[in-house]
Write a protein of this length. Structure first.
Length: 696
């Protein structure tokens, strides 16, 4: 029987985190429960021997939220949790990314992390607890994990940073920073903010790091008492004889190939060099070892590309470290979409379209936190042709969901409040050679403005990379696909001219210093301003009118007391408006009325009818009305909304009128001015005053 033990992590907010082991999942390599408040997450770590011929680290992270954890049933016909939600996929990715660099290179054993939310108190979010628990479980296991990691969410409420803010605090937060790292070093960040400055985000990173130190200390304490002894796992290494032979065969041949500017031509040049290597060494190494030749060649290409950057300052396409690739932007490409833009940065292209819809087009979702409707969302697609390859054509994968979420967060911060349309943005990657998610943000910003969406400000994004050897490093702006593949960092930052709206960091090394993070943020800022200049040259503000092909919408406020009059008995009035004009009308409890129609003519007709039912007459104004009855002393006139008033015989004309019917008869249309509305709502009307004012 395993010993039960626990440690407490005090983040200084009277909501301590408890990490416990030895109580559940005893057959796993290691398992922990992580508890904050009444939220409990179980995290397990297991492993198996590497599969034959594998040449990558098959780490799998699966984060799952059980509805029973919140005392809820899953909505709909199916009551069993099935495919992971978008939030579960994003949390799994955020857990995977900081763990992966902390395993030895060449370690190819299968490792599986499972995190299951067992209890959720609707106050403490379980996602970062799962990230922390993943590190704790691996520290207790016999696997060669080089942690510990800390992980937390940082918010900013009333100008103060908060560690793992409650759900209520997050609603008021100007920042969501998901942070994971080791003491003094950042490995993964992701989140969004309300145009925070680079300096303020840097302060948030330092705040998070101070909490990581506490988390790391607690995990080491737990490991010292309850951890398993670490095993010596074999790692896959390239044999020295193969490496030396390939290095000799390529000597003096690969610099030129590595520096070919065009991606396709560069790949062909490197393949041609390898063909000569294989031919030269086929007699020295039998066919069974030819796979080792390819692996050694790829390794030496990586080392050479890194050497060219860090020692000679040479990038594959000839740019300097801080140079952007050629930029271009174009809007209104697609004739029938509601908005469109093509943004290109070198060979990276994103065609982004915008579709406007009514409330029914909102994306409905359900999680253990509750049901919600998204009226702004972005879908990112990465087809095989974008990299010139063939492959299976399937739905969106985890990578596409992750990239789309980053772009969505960046743009959502600049969406106007209470925008009446549901907005769907679709980014179709036309070409990929680095940072397609950032191209999606740039293209998305332009497409939204092209659709007439009044964004608060234009948003752009760019990525900064890193090549580091020992104490020497070079940061490179606007990384290529090869620089992402062979480099150490992909740090994406999006924002406006006034601040950051979203960010994401991926590392292949075991962390970078906080000062280097700040340096990269400033590099991102400089490049972002240059990109915004190009975007402004294409489209500097939203189109004044939306597309004729888009549904027309008008939002208006009525007196909540008039809602019943608008709807009518059994919905009679509102149904009649919809049938006559083809409109869809949504009425909210606060008196907000949204009218959607297919064209502008129908919109105008629907608005007029809504106003007629909600009309409130004002004294001193002139209205057009219909005579509904005639009396000896005057006539009763009905104006908009069914309101009737008395038009006395003395107010019919500027001369003496003997008989009412000498001037008006039942059914006549007349202009009248409201002279007075008494406390019982009775109106006194005047045709004479209306005519005098209209003549003036």
């Amino acid at each position: 029987m395993s010993k039960i033990g626990s440690v407490t992590v005090d983040l200084g907010d009277n909501r301590p985190i408890t990490i416990e082991t030895g109580k559940m999942a005893l057959l796993a390599n290691a398992a922990v429960t992580v508890t904050q408040g009444e939220t409990v997450v179980l995290v397990t770590a297991c492993s198996s021997a590497p599969r034959a011929g594998i040449d990558f680290f098959p780490l799998m992270v699966a984060y799952r939220e059980k509805y029973s954890a919140a005392g809820k049933f899953l909505g709909g016909f199916m009551k069993r949790e099935n495919r992971p939600s978008e939030h579960e996929i994003l949390t799994s990715r955020m857990t995977d990314r900081p763990l992966r660099p902390l395993f030895p290179k060449g370690f190819y054993h299968e490792v599986q992390i499972q995190a299951i939310v067992l209890s959720y108190d609707k106050v403490n979010d379980p996602d970062t607890l799962a990230m922390l628990g993943s590190s704790a479980a691996l520290m207790l296991s016999d696997l060669p994990f080089q942690g510990p990691l800390g992980a937390l969410r940082v918010g900013q409420v009333d100008g103060e940073f908060v560690a793992n803010p409650t759900t209520e605090q997050m609603e008021a937060s100007a920042l969501e920073l998901i942070y994971s790292g080791t003491p003094g070093k950042t490995i993964m960040i992701e989140g969004d903010c309300d145009e925070l400055s680079e300096e303020r985000l840097f302060e948030a990173l330092k705040y998070a790091d101070s909490k990581v130190e506490v988390m790391a200390k607690a995990q080491l304490e737990l490991q010292a008492t309850f951890g398993k002894a670490k095993k010596d796992y074999a790692t896959d290494k390239i044999e020295e004889d193969v490496k030396a032979a390939v290095a000799t065969a390529i000597s003096g041949k690969i610099d030129e190939a590595c520096l070919v500017i065009d991606r396709t031509e560069r790949g062909a040049a490197l393949d041609a060099v390898y063909a000569t290597v294989e031919e030269a060494l086929k007699a020295q190494f039998d066919e069974e070892r030819h796979g080792e030749l390819k692996e050694a060649y790829s390794h030496l290409i990586e080392m050479n590309i890194r050497r060219l950057i860090i020692e000679e300052g040479k990038r594959a396409d000839g740019r300097g470290a801080e140079d952007l690739r050629p930029l271009s932007a174009e809007n209104s490409l697609m004739p029938r979409t509601h908005g469109s833009a093509l943004f290109a940065r070198g060979e990276t292209q994103a065609l982004v379209t915008v579709t406007l819809g009514d409330a029914k087009a909102a994306q409905s979702a359900e999680t253990i936190r509750g049901r919600y409707d998204k009226t702004f969302y972005l879908h990112y697609n990465f087809p095989n042709f974008s990299v010139g390859e063939c492959g299976r054509i399937m739905g969106a994968g985890n990578r596409e969901i992750g990239h789309g979420n980053l772009a969505e967060r960046a743009l959502a911060k600049m969406m106007p409040a209470d925008y009446p349309y549901t907005v769907r943005v679709i980014s179709e990657v036309m070409g990929s050679n680095g940072s397609t998610s950032m191209a999606s943000i740039c293209g998305g910003s332009l497409a939204l403005m092209d659709a007439g969406v009044p964004l608060k400000k234009a948003v752009a994004g760019i990525s900064v990379g890193l090549v580091q050897e020992a104490d020497k490093y070079v940061m490179i702006t606007d990384i290529l696909g090869s620089e992402d593949h062979y480099g150490d960092m992909d740090f994406k930052v999006a924002g406006t001219r006034d601040g950051i709206t979203a960010f994401q960091l991926d590392l292949k090394i075991a962390g970078v210093s906080l000062d280097m993070m700040y340096e990269a943020m400033l590099r991102d800022k400089t490049a972002r301003m240059d990109i915004l200049d190009v975007m402004d040259g294409c489209l500097s503000s939203a189109q004044e009118e939306i597309s004729d092909h888009a549904p027309q919408v008008h939002a208006m406020k009525i007196n909540p007391e008039k809602i019943g009059a608008l709807i009518g008995p059994g919905g009679k009035h509102i149904k009649a408006i919809c049938e006559e004009t083809g409109a869809e009308i949504n009425v909210e409890d606060d008196g907000t009325v949204k009218v959607f129609t297919a064209d502008k003519t129908a919109l105008k007709a629907a608005i007029e009818q809504v106003e007629s039912y909600c009309f409130e007459p004002e004294a001193g104004k002139i209205y057009r009305g219909v005579v509904v009855s005639v009396k000896e002393f005057g006539a009763f006139v009905e104006i908009a909304g069914g309101h009737q008033g008395l038009l006395h015989i003395s107010e019919l004309a500027d001369y003496r009128v003997e008989k009412v019917t000498d001037v008006v008869n039942e059914g006549d249309k007349v202009s009248v001015k409201i002279l007075e509305i008494d406390d019982r709502g009775r109106m006194r009307l005047s045709r004479k005053a209306a005519l005098e004012e209209m003549e003036d």
